[in-house]
Write a protein of this length. Sequence first.
Length: 133
Amino acid sequence: AFADYTFVVVEDAKNYQDSLTMQMWANGFTVKNCPSLEQALKEIDKLKPTGLVANICADPEPMLDEVTAQVEQGFALSVVVVGPDDSFDLMNRALEKGVFDYVPQSQIASKLAKSIRRTIRRSQRKSRRSKRS
């Protein structure tokens, strides 16, 4: 059951119907929406989520830098970035710096849920390994 896994979504949704939050709810995931990474980091301590999904489309370069800085500092959660379609450079940079997955904005409907499921499987593997230790 996907509802057992909580994801923090960073996006400032102007059109809520097209938001990542709505897309994830529609796929059965539990979601906490935050308008900024700063607020998301505060929520993470309270919620203990499975992962973080960040929509960087509004301001791609600085937002990606903000997200990857957290990942490089040892951020414990898997991070999925939703970014502009035509930016191979951003996608490459995100993945090189440790982001779990990059989903082009136009492919949210077909790829976001799959990416989240992979994030859940990764979390389950980590959990099993830590229980064995």
